[in-house]
Design a protein around this ligand. Structure first.
Ligand SMILES: C[S@@+](CC[C@H](N)C(=O)[O-])C[C@H]1O[C@@H](n2cnc3c(N)ncnc32)[C@H](O)[C@@H]1O
Length: 252
């Protein structure tokens, strides 16, 4: 069984990953963006002081979506390759291929500014990993294709999700996307990256005891992507309970 530390994340194949997943808007991206935009639309512009994108990698659209609601977006990422790409995108402006993603984000959330560069202005690239999270730091935490895509160990998957939940303050919002039932995978002809296949029941087992208002939606398998062995995408939203135990606050 390969755990998170067994993979060389610094060597994450950014160019191949972008080519396979994000150089054009795929049907599954449209589903994820609709889901996430509906969450961010609930917040007045600038009303979230600090939000997290855990394992941001080279994916800009979750950062763009946060751009209207959040005054500071921490893009936490351990991979030197991912950090390098993110920094270049923020310094020089997003690659043209991100434009259709941003146009969709903005059509769903008119509070976003005209330019994607402007939307990304609150982003701070933070070199680091899940173990660096300080509990209670964020108003909202977002995680896309990370916990299930970085280890074969379910205990480690659970610990990563637990740290994600606790990264937000009590009452804070959680927003996440998971590949459904994806086994360890390759990007291009590269090495095998560790993953643990999860379904809705597995997500409920991890998140239901730790959150309130748990909702899980599904996007159908995207046949325009390479065959990663998944059966679709699971989309999650929930809140960290306002009380420390996770139990409902006593009434009256
Ligand atoms: C499958 S990629 C997903 C990237 C991006 N979030 C997206 O939506 O495409 C997994 C990401 O998790 C990062 N990662 C690996 N181990 C991590 C850890 N322990 N804590 C946080 N991120 C990690 C990797 O460097 C990589 O960027």
């Amino acid at each position: 069984m390969r755990r998170n530390r067994d993979a060389d994340w610094d060597a994450w194949p950014v160019a191949d990953y972008l080519a396979e997943n994000y150089r054009r808007l795929h049907p599954c991206d449209i589903g994820v963006i609709h889901h996430h935009a509906a969450v961010y639309r609930r917040y007045a512009p600038g009303s979230l002081a600090r939000t997290l994108e855990l394992g941001a990698g080279p994916n800009l659209y979750p950062l763009m979506l946060a751009g209207a609601a959040s005054r500071r977006i921490d893009a936490l990422e351990p991979s030197a390759a991912g950090i390098g790409y993110l920094r270049r995108q923020l310094d020089e402006g997003p690659d043209a291929s991100w434009q259709p993603f941003y146009a969709l984000c903005r059509s769903l959330d008119p509070a976003l500014p005209e330019s994607s560069t402007e939307a990304l202005r609150p982003v701070r690239v933070m070199p680091g990993a899940v173990d660096d999270l300080v509990p209670g730091t964020y108003d909202l935490a977002s995680m896309n294709f990370v916990a299930e895509s970085v280890t074969e160990d379910y205990a480690e998957f659970t610990a990563l999700c637990d740290a994600f939940v606790h990264a937000v303050r009590p009452g804070g919002r959680l927003l996440a996307a998971f590949m459904e039932r994806m086994p360890s995978y390759r990007i291009g002809a590269g090495p095998l990256w560790p993953a643990c296949p999860v379904d809705e029941a597995a997500l409920r087992a991890v998140f239901a005891p730790r959150t309130t208002g748990l909702r899980i939606a599904r996007v159908a398998k995207d046949l325009t992507l390479p065959e990663y062995g998944d059966t679709g995408i699971l989309l999650l939203t929930a809140e960290r309970p306002a009380t420390a135990t996770g139990a409902a606050a006593p009434q009256g």
